[in-house]
Design a protein around this ligand. Structure first.
Ligand SMILES: [Zn+2]
Length: 499
């Protein structure tokens, strides 16, 4: 509590300094925020919190994911965790939200580089990430990701990420589970301890969900395991057969045709009815208090902000609850899991942010300032999480939403960072020259390429205009260039990768 008070005080001092025209630190991201992204005068946020997702550290060489669609810089994420902690300290965050997948599944020794380890690295890898993040003195809230469950069981996660515990004197104020439910039945440790809520400030409720309450990555005697088996066998029988035969790596999407079945793969998970009922009650209680509500989950729940392949199993039910029981008060859903990230606002005005991963982007962390009428996401650096203003809907109308203008920038950074280390120089040169040519040359009449569906790949998209309209449409040269470049990027961008 004392460290939190110190944090809040530091945060307030930083803003006081900014108000007086002083810069208490040289952090450009902070300077940007305090100069007032929402206007010329400095407005103080009610609180500020750090964000990061999918650190996925492993002490192994860079490698591609299973599908071969992205290169992951496993060692580099440790220094990013370190830099993130420093950044949050400098920025005076009041707390941090870590959205899951702290270390990679390979650490457990079962696949990939892990097969070459003399013994599992789970313990030492997590210890290094924990040490890096511990440099941040603010309280930290952790989501459960699939890679947590590849390395540890539920009890092991409480032991390592719920702090302080009796006898612990490391000064951490960390939360991965409901302290109340842990206290009520300390002898049992199941998935249902790992969702909880807290109120970071008057007028705000934060809800942390466990997207793997229904998952095959847990004790086979649990309800969540049985439910996951049932869902996989119903919606993705070939994948279920693979798992039953002990095949843990492969193309889990073979034979899937229906969009609504794509999410039923082992690296996603579900909330389950017990957690959904808890969510209903939490939202109703928060709404009756008039709180703004922020929901967090490792796995996204809105396809337009992610892909159909990276959604929680019961995303429709969850979204319905957010709208029906928390409608007007739920302002944002924060997630990770899909490393290239995404953003969309849904029909009910809820902002869905999928954070990019440090495995694929440099300087991939940031913070969010909470105001009465908006959240200001401030990314760090050009490549990482795009900064974004998310205004809240009021009385059923959306207050001037800012378009997702940085989707293209993010895609470009993704391609650059992913390909840089691996492509031969000649290939890189060809890629750059093609891109450069497309940027310079507007498409000819009747050859206007259709803009690629960058952010919501696989999601619901408005139908393209009829061909004759498209051909006759007059475009500014800038729009045409942008469209051409995006089409080129869409060809280079891989399909959504399995996590
Ligand atoms: Zn994940």
């Amino acid at each position: 509590m004392r460290s939190r008070l110190l944090q809040v005080t530091r945060s307030r001092l930083a803003f006081l300094g900014a108000g007086l025209g002083l810069h208490l630190q040289s952090d450009p991201a902070l300077a940007k925020s305090t100069s007032g992204a929402g206007g010329s005068s400095v407005q103080r946020p009610q609180f500020r919190f750090g964000v990061i997702a999918d650190i996925q550290f492993c002490d192994c060489d860079d490698a591609s994911n299973f599908a071969g669609t992205e290169v992951r810089h496993y060692r580099g994420t440790l220094s990013q965790a370190d830099a993130a902690a420093e950044h949050w300290n400098r920025s005076g965050v009041d707390f941090v939200v870590q959205l899951g997948d702290l270390i990679d599944g390979q650490n457990a020794g079962g696949y990939g580089a892990g097969l070459d380890f003399a013994e599992p690295q789970s313990e030492s890898a997590l210890a290094r990430v924990v040490q890096a993040l511990s440099k941040c003195s603010a309280p930290m809230y952790h989501a459960i990701g699939n890679h947590e469950l590849y390395n540890f069981d539920w009890r092991g996660l409480v032991k390592r990420l719920q702090q302080p515990q009796a006898g612990a004197a490391n000064g951490r104020d960390w939360h991965v589970a409901s302290a109340e439910r842990l206290r009520q039945s300390p002898e049992e440790c199941t998935a249902h301890k790992f969702y909880f809520s807290w109120r970071p400030a008057e007028g705000w409720t934060f809800v942390m969900l466990n997207a793997y309450a229904v998952s095959i990555e847990q004790d086979k005697s649990s309800d969540g395991f049985r439910q996951a088996c049932q869902l996989l066998s119903e919606h993705n029988p070939k994948c279920f057969e693979m798992i039953m035969n002990g095949v843990t790596q492969g193309d889990f999407f073979t034979g899937l045709e229906r969009d609504e079945d794509m999410r039923f793969v082992p690296f996603n998970g579900g909330l389950g009815e017990g957690q959904l009922q808890w969510l209903r009650e939490e939202l109703r209680a928060a709404k009756s208090r008039g709180d703004r509500i922020v929901v967090m989950s490792h796995v996204p729940m809105y396809a337009e902000a992610a892909t159909l392949r990276t959604l929680v199993y019961d995303s429709e039910a969850a979204l319905e609850i957010l709208h029906r029981d928390g409608g007007g008060n739920v302002v944002a859903v924060l997630a990770g899991h899909l490393h290239r990230g995404g953003y969309a606002i849904d029909e009910g005005g809820i902002h869905h942010v999928t954070l990019q991963s440090p495995l694929n982007f440099e300087n991939c962390f940031g913070y969010i300032d909470a105001y009465a009428d908006r959240l200001e996401l401030v990314g760090c650096g050009e490549q990482g999480i795009p900064s974004r203003t998310m205004r809240f809907a009021t009385a059923g109308s959306h207050l001037g939403q800012e378009p997702a203008t940085r989707t293209y920038d993010t895609a470009r950074a993704y391609v650059r960072y992913t390909f840089r280390a691996t492509l031969p120089v000649t290939t890189m040169y060809r890629y750059q020259s093609i891109l450069g040519r497309l940027r310079r040359t507007p498409p000819r009449e009747n050859e206007v390429p259709t803009p690629a569906p960058m952010a919501p790949l696989g999601g619901r998209l408005p139908p393209p205009p009829p061909a004759h309209t498209r051909h006759r449409r007059q475009r500014s040269s800038e729009a045409a260039r942008s469209s051409a470049a995006r089409t080129d990027l869409a060809l280079l961008m891989p399909p959504p990768p399995p996590k």
